[in-house]
Structure formats: structure tokens, C-alpha cells
Design a protein around this ligand. Structure first.
Ligand SMILES: Nc1ncnc2c1ncn2[C@@H]1O[C@H](COP(=O)(O)OP(=O)(O)OP(=O)(O)O)[C@@H](O)[C@H]1O
Length: 497
């Protein structure tokens, strides 16, 4: 563009013309264009002089008057509308002269007829055109090469990126098992999300693997060397949750005889996983939003704000939109937490994964319990395939653990060892775990608290099994608030969260 403008100015000023302009042939060779103008002159449209010159390869001189009456191309007419009728136009073809036959464009000049026709035999003009064409050809070739190199580099980078992402997604398949379409998609999304610093909201039924995904997100991210801190917002009593998250200074409340760092501070440089975020009290939601938006927070009782650089991954199995409508969850926080929303598919919607998951849980069990590897019969697999799984992967895992324990060493898991389908509407067995009689106490008890904890743990475990891991139903059936049950499960180290 700069070369064309410079050449036109040199010609106009050097030859004392009224005007001069270079038009270029566009890359496809189909039309000519003017710099800084959207006008297009079709190379096969002979209603403007440029097509004639391009076609014949010879210069054309005509009066402005003739140009106005004989040629009716609209853009061309606009170009010549303001020129004096007694002047002439000369259009000269410009082409690369270093062997290539490509047309570069045309040079259009306006001036007195004599001055313009004299140029036809002027060796200086021919030399000038030759130089212009050579420079132009070289520049466009270099530009084309640069463009091609850039395009090649871009597509290589894309290819590398694609291959790298695929490798990561494949590696993730060792941890997030499943060959179903839904799991392939999920793993790809996890890899993508891990590349960013966006807040990720994991939504999915209980036991679908939200915790696993949260950890994988951290491991794959640039923050993997930093800490991964997790908190279950449903398991911590409301009064404690704020200080757990934000920390407190000494004397912030009665009993705070030491300053304590909160999880937000501990997760600095890493990831903070907020499990069951739907259970966060409204007052805390506002504070969390502030952390997300400004990276700043104030520990309880502290006079100064602090900064934290963390990535928040949160999870919930609750319908947060309904909570928003019921004004139990802040809409602004929901959108802020869900910058990258990920939905985990329920197991019943990816039954193809059941066999692989079952086999992997069997292997885990055998390694854990140091037993010889066992298999599973086709009949047992068919049974597993047909179940409902309200407790999703966790329910399948519990089933397999139970079936492994019930299967003799050296044999395969058979259908008859698998407990029947859970019936949530069936009356709950409210007797103690060893139904039908007194609870089988251990022979000797030398630690009453531990013994009571064991009984409590058995009761909760049995009830959770009855409800397929559904904590809300379990809590209700035991007359406990959900938060208390979650807290107990955490203390008793029951895998329910
Ligand atoms: N894709 C998977 N591959 C292997 N194991 C899985 C997969 N998904 C879930 N699990 C296993 O299932 C159990 C439950 O998973 P996890 O705790 O991640 O679920 P969750 O969605 O966080 O549950 P909750 O909502 O109840 O907290 C764990 O033992 C986990 O290891």
C-alpha cells in the first residue's frame, strides 16, 4: 500500500500531472481494488478501462469526456466525476517482469493528452515501471511467504495444542474412568477448564465424581504445584464455616485464643474446592463473592484486608437455580462461580461405563485387601447393568466392595452375592444393624466413646446403604439436620460427604 502511494506521488509530481493512482489486482485475480476504498473493479467487466488494460496488456489513453460517456461502471464514474472534461486518462498495466506472469495492477494517470502520450516512448517511464513492478512483486512474494509461514505456524500450534489436549484427556481417563461419549466429552472439558483460571462450578447428582473432577482440575492446572484445599460447606456447622474459610485473629470471638489462618489464605497460589456450595449461608455468600471479585478478604476480627490468589472450584448436587428463585442462593454468586460450568452425567445415563468401573473397583478392592485378583460373571454384570443407581458411581463402588467381600477367594463375583435393588419407598429397617435382636456388642469394651462411635457409624452406614447414599433422605430418616449428618460422616470418615 505504501509502495503504491509513493509511486503514484512520484509519478504525479515528477511528471507534473493532475493525478496518479495505482490499483492492485486482488489475490484471486478476479478484481482490482483501490487502497482505502471498498470499490471493486471486476477484471472481466469491460464497463471500466482497467479490464481492457488487464486483458490487452497495453496502455490505454482516453479523454475524460469519452470515459464519462462510453463507460458506465458506477465506481469508475465516481472516480472521474470531478475531473475536467478536457483532460485525459492514461491507464498502464503493471506486471511482474521477473519471469512470473502475474498481474500486479494498473497505474492510472490524469493529465494533458500530449504529456501522457509522450510517456509511451519514454525510456525513463519504462525503467520506472520496471523498478516499481520488481519491488512490488518482491514485496508481495515476501508478504505471501510471511503469511504462509504464519498460517503454517498457527496450524502447527493448533495441531500441537489439539494433540497435547488429547494426551491429557487420555491420561485423565486413568482417573476419571469411562469410555462413554459423555465421559470423553467431560474429560475434554476438564482439560480445557484446567487451562484457564476461570471459576468452575461442578453440577451433578451425588456420587457422580465431582470431588474427583475438582482434584483433576487442580492437578492439570498451572497451579498444580500450589495447595489444593477442600471444604464441605454442608459438613461444617454454620457458626464455624466463616472462620474456617476466612480465618480469624486472636480474640475475634470467645474461644479464639489464637489467630488462625483460614482456607482462603491456605489455598493462596492454588485451588480452593467448595463442596456442597449450595449449603453456604447467605451472609457468607456475600463475602465469598467479594473474594471472587476482588481477591480480597478480611479474617474475622482483623482490621486489615488481605489478598489471595486462588482458583475456586465449587460443586453442588442441588438445583441452584431453584435456590435462587427461593432466595436461598445469590444469583450473582451463582454466575460468578459458574464461569466454566461442568455437568457430570449420572451413571444411569452412561451404562456402558458400568463394566469398566466395576472391574476397576474389583482390582482396587483386591489390592487394598491383598487378595488374589477376581473377576465377575456375565450374569452379575448383567444385573449391575440393569440397576438404577441413585447413588451413582459411589453406589456401584459400595456394591462391588460388598460383593468382593462376599465372594470366596479364587472365584468370580456372581449375581447372587449382589444385594437387591434399593427401594427408597420401602420401610426403613429401624432396628439396629444386626436386625432381629440386641446389637452385637464387641466382647470387651475398654473405650466407651470409641464403642459408641462404632455403633453410630454402623447405623449411619446401614441407613446410607438403604437410601443409596442419599444424605438428605438418610438425615431425615434419622431425625438429624443434614448438616449434622454430613459433619458426623466426616468425623466418622464415612465416604459420603
Ligand atoms: N469416573 C470415575 N472413575 C472412577 N471412580 C469414580 C468416578 N466417578 C466417581 N468415582 C468414585 O465414586 C465415589 C464418589 O465420587 P465423588 O466423591 O467424586 O462424587 P461426588 O459427586 O463428589 O459426590 P457427592 O456429591 O456426594 O459429594 C468415589 O469413590 C470416587 O472415587
Amino acid at each position: 500500500e505504501a509502495l503504491r502511494a509513493r509511486a503514484a506521488t512520484l509519478v504525479r509530481d515528477g511528471l507534473g500531472l493532475d493525478g496518479a493512482e495505482c490499483l492492485y489486482v486482488e489475490g484471486s485475480g478476479r478484481w482490482l481494488g483501490r487502497d482505502g476504498d471498498a470499490a471493486q473493479f471486476d477484471c472481466s467487466d469491460f464497463s471500466h478501462p482497467y479490464a481492457h488494460v488487464i486483458r490487452s496488456g497495453k496502455a490505454l489513453t482516453l479523454s475524460v469526456g469519452d470515459a464519462r460517456t462510453r463507460l458506465d461502471h458506477r465506481a469508475f464514474q465516481t472516480q472521474v466525476a470531478r475531473l475536467a472534461a478536457n483532460k485525459c486518462l492514461q491507464v498502464r498495466p503493471l506486471r511482474a517482469i521477473d519471469g512470473d506472469q502475474e498481474w500486479l495492477g494498473v497505474l492510472m494517470m490524469i493529465g494533458e493528452r500530449d504529456a501522457l502520450t509522450a510517456l509511451n516512448d519514454e525510456p525513463g517511464m519504462a525503467a520506472f515501471e520496471a523498478l516499481l513492478c520488481r519491488l512490488w512483486a518482491r514485496l508481495s512474494r515476501e508478504q505471501g511467504e510471511r503469511h504462509r509461514t504464519r498460517a503454517l505456524r498457527d496450524s502447527l500450534a493448533k495441531l500441537n495444542d489439539g494433540a497435547r489436549r488429547q494426551t491429557l484427556a487420555d491420561q485423565l481417563a486413568e482417573d476419571l474412568l469411562g469410555q462413554s461419549m459423555a465421559m470423553h466429552t467431560l474429560r475434554r472439558q476438564v482439560v480445557r477448564a484446567a487451562e484457564t483460571n476461570l471459576a468452575v462450578l461442578l453440577q451433578g447428582e451425588t456420587g457422580t465424581g465431582k470431588d474427583r473432577v475438582a482434584r483433576a482440575l487442580h492437578q492439570l492446572s498451572a497451579r498444580s504445584k500450589g495447595p489444593f484445599m477442600a471444604i464441605n460447606c454442608a459438613a461444617i456447622p454454620e457458626a464455624l464455616l466463616e472462620s474456617e474459610l476466612f480465618g480469624h485473629s486472636k480474640g475475634a470471638f470467645s474461644g479464639a485464643d489464637q489467630a488462625q489462618e483460614g482456607l482462603i489464605s491456605q489455598a493462596d497460589g492454588g485451588t480452593l474446592f467448595l463442596d456442597e456450595v449450595g449449603d453456604m449461608p447467605l451472609a457468607l455468600q456475600a463475602k465469598l463473592l467479594r473474594v471472587l471479585e476482588s481477591g480480597r478478604y478480611r479474617p474475622l476480627g482483623a482490621s486489615e484486608e488481605r489478598c489471595a490468589d486462588l482458583r475456586i472450584v465449587s460443586a453442588t448436587h442441588q438445583p441452584l437455580r431453584e435456590h435462587i428463585r427461593a432466595q436461598q442462593f445469590r444469583a450473582d454468586l451463582y454466575y460468578r462461580l459458574g464461569q466454566f460450568p461442568l455437568t457430570l452425567p449420572p451413571l444411569a445415563e452412561r451404562r456402558d461405563d458400568i463394566a469398566q468401573l466395576a472391574q476397576s473397583f474389583i482390582t482396587d478392592f483386591c489390592q487394598r485387601e491383598e487378595r488374589v485378583e477376581m473377576g465377575i460373571t456375565p450374569a452379575a454384570l448383567r444385573l449391575l447393568h440393569g440397576r438404577d443407581y441413585p447413588g451413582n458411581v459411589r453406589e456401584l463402588k459400595n456394591l462391588i466392595d460388598y460383593a468382593c467381600a462376599m465372594t470366596a477367594q479364587g472365584t468370580d463375583i456372581d449375581a447372587y452375592v449382589l444385594p437387591g435393588e434399593l427401594d427408597n419407598d420401602a420401610p426403613v429397617n429401624t432396628t439396629l444393624p444386626t436386625s432381629g435382636g440386641a446389637y452385637a456388642l464387641p466382647d470387651s469394651i475398654d473405650d466407651l466413646r470409641q464403642a459408641l462411635r462404632d455403633v453410630e457409624s454402623d447405623i449411619i452406614r446401614q441407613r446410607l446403604l438403604h437410601f443409596g447414599g442419599n444424605r438428605a433422605q438418610t438425615a431425615e430418616s434419622l431425625g438429624l439436620p443434614k448438616r449434622t449428618l454430613a459433619h458426623k460422616c466426616q468425623l466418622l470418615e464415612l465416604d459420603t460427604k
